[in-house]
Every structure is written in structure tokens, then in C-alpha cells.
Design a protein around this ligand. Structure first.
Ligand SMILES: N=c1c2ncn([C@@H]3O[C@H](COP(=O)(O)OP(=O)(O)OP(=O)(O)O)[C@@H](O)[C@H]3O)c2ncn1[C@@H]1O[C@H](COP(=O)(O)O)[C@@H](O)[C@H]1O
Length: 103
């Protein structure tokens, strides 16, 4: 099991946990929109670390981004495996072809 898969399992377990017992359970109890908002905030913080050329903070904020992405996916019942399968599907295509297919 990878670190992301273990974290996904922990987050899934928090869906039925007492919101007072866990940060994740508290965030999930506020709904998918709040989870999405937090994800967006953390992504902006990661961008700000790049703007400030702060490598250490970029690593820290990127961990926050990945955690909040997994929480947001859990809130919408989207398994990490489905996202990874989409990435794997794209491995056989070029970025330019992928962009053209979306038009
Ligand atoms: N990886 C994380 C992780 N990354 C960030 N965070 C939390 O995300 C929050 C984000 O910080 P912010 O300052 O943006 O949020 P805040 O100001 O506290 O809250 P708001 O007022 O903004 O809503 C922090 O309180 C962090 O504790 C995380 N909380 C949990 N995990 C993982 O999830 C597991 C389960 O955690 P619990 O649910 O707390 O048991 C942990 O063992 C970790 O592995």
C-alpha cells in the first residue's frame, strides 16, 4: 500500500467518526463544498510558496494539497484508484493529443 492509499483509508474511516474526535471527520461533516474550499485554499498557499521561491514551504503546502484532495474526493465518493486509472489512461497519449480531445 502506498502512503496515499493508506491516507485514503484513514480518511474513509473518518467518514463515520465523531467530528469532535478528528480534524478530518470535522471537515467531512461540513460537506463537500467546504472540503472543496479548503482544497482551493491549500492549492493557493502552494502557489504562494512558488511565488516566494520558498522550497521548504512548497513541500509542506503540497502535502496539505494532497491531503485535502483526498478529503474532497472522499466527500464525493470518488476512489483514488479512479483518478489513478485516468492518469494511467493518459500515459498512452501525448499532452497535446489530450488537449485536442477535450475541445
Ligand atoms: N495529512 C493530514 C493533514 N494535513 C493537514 N491537516 C489539517 O488541515 C488543517 C488545515 O489547516 P488550516 O490552518 O488551513 O485550517 P484551520 O485554520 O485549522 O481551519 P479553518 O478555520 O480554516 O477551517 C490543519 O488543522 C491540519 O491539521 C491534516 N489533518 C490530517 N492529516 C492526516 O489525516 C490523518 C487523520 O487525521 P485526523 O482526522 O485529525 O485524525 C492524520 O493522521 C494525517 O495522516
Amino acid at each position: 500500500m502506498t502512503t496515499l492509499e493508506r491516507l485514503e483509508a484513514t480518511i474513509a474511516a473518518r467518514k463515520s467518526a465523531d467530528p469532535d474526535s478528528s480534524w478530518t471527520a470535522k471537515l467531512l461533516s461540513k460537506g463537500a463544498q467546504k472540503c472543496a474550499q479548503k482544497f482551493g485554499e491549500e492549492a493557493i498557499e502552494a502557489c504562494m510558496a512558488v511565488a516566494k521561491d520558498d522550497r521548504q514551504n512548497l513541500v509542506y503546502e503540497s502535502a496539505d494539497v494532497l491531503y485535502h484532495l483526498l478529503v474532497m474526493l472522499a466527500a464525493k465518493d470518488v476512489p483514488l484508484a479512479e483518478v489513478l486509472a485516468e492518469l494511467e489512461r493518459r500515459e498512452g497519449t501525448s499532452g497535446i493529443a489530450e488537449k485536442a480531445a477535450r475541445r
